[in-house]
Design a protein around this ligand. Structure first.
Ligand SMILES: Cc1cc2nc3c(=O)[nH]c(=O)nc-3n(C[C@H](O)[C@H](O)[C@H](O)COP(=O)(O)O)c2cc1C
Length: 305
């Protein structure tokens, strides 16, 4: 049996391991969320849910590149009232269920958050940062707007509230400090980055929406930079996300200052077994290198320990 301890606590959420399913990856139904939980995730995040049903964009909505993916799904979701039962089904996976939500203003965020809290969600993740849909990116690009949404939701629910930020901003720490002041219990960093791809034979953009969000390996160094910068400026936990594919990536995020990580695009490459594999690989690394707890790794790239 392994001696490395990988349980973690994010606000009041107890996770058996630091690997969380990222929003928008397989999180569209309760049954699939349950499957991901049973595959070994420490927690699962739903697809971002809004107040009303949204169809999303027509195909093509995703392109695979050597360095990752560009997607413009357009935040398709059935609307909060239809999703309530999915939370209940997802909970049968036995790990915390984080409800990702979006809205046009703080009133919508509050309404969706309250309904999903009532449905049994263990935490709310505020998607303030989708680069291609919902008109929500501005929430994570303006400290006052980010503050308003986080504060309104914090004042309305009892479960922990996470703020998911964008790297597409002059200074992510300014937004980080603002959401911390508003009461956010953790920061999730980062969302996808606005990007596009052109088909040179067709002589036109591939995605129907033209612009999409870049994810996967290509964005990892940017995500690491954001986590590192945020760790220096805020005292709330940071959940790192962006391009994590191997256990070395996980260790890098922890050392930059993340307390937990989310896995997204890499599931398309390594399959659902990635959760168990990363857990075993991380434990082996910790034993080899003499770390007994995850906490011993968090932020150590900042030195001074
Ligand atoms: C197909 C796809 C759909 C996504 N949908 C959402 C979403 O609904 N809400 C959200 O906050 N992030 C969404 N994301 C962003 C991911 O949660 C994550 O922040 C991003 O992909 C970076 O992580 P990765 O490189 O591990 O995929 C989506 C990403 C992809 C690839």
């Amino acid at each position: 049996m392994s001696s490395a301890e990988i349980k973690i606590l994010i606000s009041s959420l107890k996770l058996k391991n630091p690997f969380i399913l990222a929003s928008g990856i397989l999180g569209t139904t309760g049954a699939i969320l349950r499957r991901v939980a049973e595959a070994g995730a420490g927690a699962v995040t739903t697809k971002s849910i809004g107040i009303k049903a949204r169809r999303g964009y027509p195909n093509p909505t995703i392109v695979q590149l050597d360095i990752g993916f560009i997607n413009a799904m357009g935040l398709p979701n059935p609307g909060v009232d239809e999703f309530v039962d999915e939370i209940k089904k997802a909970k049968m996976g036995g790990v915390p269920v984080i409800a990702s939500i979006f809205g046009v203003d703080e009133k919508e965020y509050v309404e969706v958050a309250c309904k999903l809290e009532k449905a049994g969600a263990d935490a709310i993740e505020l998607n303030l940062s989708c680069p291609h849909a919902g008109g929500i990116l501005h929430f994570s690009q303006n400290p006052k707007e980010a503050y308003r949404v986080v504060k309104a939701v914090k004042d309305s629910v009892k479960i922990p509230v996470f703020a998911k930020l964008s790297a597409e901003v002059a200074d992510i720490t300014e937004i980080g400090r603002s959401v911390e002041k508003a009461g956010a219990d953790a920061i999730t960093a980062i969302n996808t980055l606005k990007a596009m791809v052109i088909d040179i034979k067709m002589r036109k953009p591939i995605l129907s929406n033209i612009y999409g969000g870049l994810s996967g390996k290509a964005i990892k160094p940017i995500a690491i930079r954001c986590v590192y910068q945020l760790y220096r400026e805020v005292d709330i936990p940071i959940i790192g996300v962006g391009g994590i594919t191997t256990y070395e990536d996980v260790v890098e995020f922890l050392m930059a200052g993340a307390s937990a990580v989310q896995i997204g695009s890499a599931i398309a490459i390594r399959g659902l077994k990635i959760f168990k594999e990363l857990e075993n690989e991380l434990k082996k690394f910790m034993e080899r290198e003499g770390y007994s707890k995850i906490r011993d790794l968090v932020g150590i790239a900042h030195g001074g320990g």
